[in-house]
Design a protein around this ligand. Structure first.
Ligand SMILES: [Fe+2]
Ligand SMILES: [Fe+2]
Length: 472
């Protein structure tokens, strides 16, 4: 019964680490390197206790414990969801066979690669958000930032555990490399583009947790279906933590829009910059940017790698068991809209199995639409006619069939000149970024909040907004 977490050992875990001395020693050797990385690349702001949740059990109820914790003393550990002994593979050519408890030799390299790519994103976001603690709009927000950061650190642990436990010497080398690469580093950057972008201000942080963390949710969802059971169980528990990151993004943007709407009403102008609010056009341009770089994370629309991973059982579809088909996809087809050099769109019919990245992206886009609806409802209720929208999936893309084309937010293929002229209306300009940055001043008094964002409706774990979430 592995559900209870052992907090007595150096590395908290529910994988009976104490029974495998070699593995335990190897991970205890990695631990100080992680702590070094955290102190160099983690949050810059020094605190004397943050009201954080820590996992106490991976079961359905009451898995979290809340208390003020000195951040470097946070108990990062290894937590896998409970094992289902009867679990079978849900898709691909091994469909119906028992899930794997070890890595089959023929899939070793591919599985290792998938784990490394996922693992690389986790510490990257901590690095990207390193400076945000210096300008938090409230103690409540500051606490949420730290919560997201420590959990991304734990997600790194989750992947490093798999590398150490199942991939031998190569796995241990990859675990070192995860600490060696850094976001934005010219010599050793993070693997994926979006994770080398700076998260320079809190609007960007809310957009990142809404759009980019949400990509993470969908990637984890496909790995949760994996035939490799330890990976599946790891991702299942990570998804529980990830839900809070989504919450930070969704409600963060809610509150920015709410505040902007209040200022528009109060001053009867859309031009609320002078009143300490963020104009809706700037919010839309941030949205366009973060959404489009997040779409790049889904990879090329057509992918034989993704098809091979699916057939092998390494990576499934979002909510695979709920799909109404044969879960092998050898005979199914699907459609793909692609830009042509003459500036028109064509629709191609392709095998469904080579369009799995597109399938996942489609699920993600539908989810993103729910956010846009929420924010538009806030505007509607304030009697403001402005509406947010997701740009066309071809807009501002550097990966896949749309890269190399200039596509406007409404999906028109244009020439380079038109693109250059339109760019400042579609993506955050230098002035936008400088303006938003000018609003970023820390507000660390209990119960107080910055001018550009509304307070949350509720605090954390039933505590009020004016609770002392962080001791400074
Ligand atoms: Fe994560
Ligand atoms: Fe996350």
């Amino acid at each position: 019964m592995p559900e209870k977490i052992d907090y007595d050992s150096k590395i908290p875990n529910n994988v009976s680490l104490a029974d495998d001395r070699r593995l335990q020693r190897a991970l205890e050797g990695w631990q100080p390197k992680f702590m070094n990385w955290w102190s160099e690349m983690g949050p810059t702001l020094e605190t004397h206790g943050v009201y954080l949740r820590t996992a106490v059990s991976v079961g359905r109820d009451g898995w979290a414990h809340f208390d003020h914790v000195n951040v470097p003393d946070y108990r990062w550990g290894i937590f896998l969801a409970e094992r289902d002994p009867g679990r079978t593979i849900a898709f691909g050519e091994h469909k119906g066979e028992p899930a794997w408890q070890q890595v089959p030799g023929e899939y070793r390299a591919d599985l290792q690669r998938l784990i490394v790519i996922q693992g690389d994103t986790e510490p990257a976001s901590v690095e990207q958000q390193k400076l945000l603690g210096l300008t938090a709009p409230s103690l409540y927000d500051l606490r949420n930032l730290f919560q997201v950061n420590v959990e991304e650190g734990r997600h790194l642990w989750a992947m490093v555990y798999l590398l150490h436990a199942y991939f031998g010497r190569e796995g241990r080398e990859e675990a070192e490399a995860l600490l060696h690469r850094n976001s934005g580093s010219p010599d050793a950057p993070r693997i994926l583009g979006a994770f080398n972008e700076e998260t320079a201000d809190w609007l960007a942080f809310f957009m990142f947790t809404y759009f980019t963390d949400r990509d993470g949710k969908y990637q984890l969802g496909t790995l949760k279906e994996s035939a490799f059971d330890p990976l599946s169980r790891t991702c299942e528990f990570m998804l529980k933590e990830e839900a809070h990151h989504m919450f930070v993004g969704t409600t963060g943007i809610d509150r920015v829009v709410q505040r902007s709407a209040e200022l528009i009403r109060e001053h009867d102008t859309m031009d609320i910059g002078a009143h300490g609010g963020i104009p809706l056009e700037i919010i839309q341009r941030y949205l366009n940017f973060h959404y489009s770089v997040s779409l790049d994370l889904f990879g090329s629309e057509t992918s034989t790698n993704a098809a091979n991973y699916y057939t092998a059982g390494l990576k499934g579809r979002w909510l695979e068991p709920r799909r109404q088909d044969d879960h092998r996809l050898t005979d199914d087809s699907a459609q793909l809209a692609r830009p042509r050099d003459d500036g028109t769109w064509e629709t191609a019919e392709l095998q469904k199995i080579v369009l799995l990245n597109l399938d996942l992206r489609g699920e993600y886009i539908a989810d993103c639409e729910t956010g846009v609806k929420r924010w538009n409802k806030i505007l509607d209720e304030a009697g403001i006619s402005f509406r947010f929208a997701l740009p066309h999936p071809g807009f501002n893309r550097y990966v896949g069939i749309n890269s190399g084309h200039h596509i406007t937010p409404d999906g028109t293929i244009v020439d380079e000149q038109t693109w250059r002229r339109g760019r400042k209306h579609w993506l955050p300009s230098t002035e936008d970024l400088a303006f938003v940055r000018s609003l970023m001043r820390p507000v660390y008094e209990r119960g107080k909040i910055a001018s550009w964002v509304a307070p949350p409706r509720q605090g954390i774990n039933g505590k009020p907004f004016d609770y002392e979430y962080v001791y400074l």
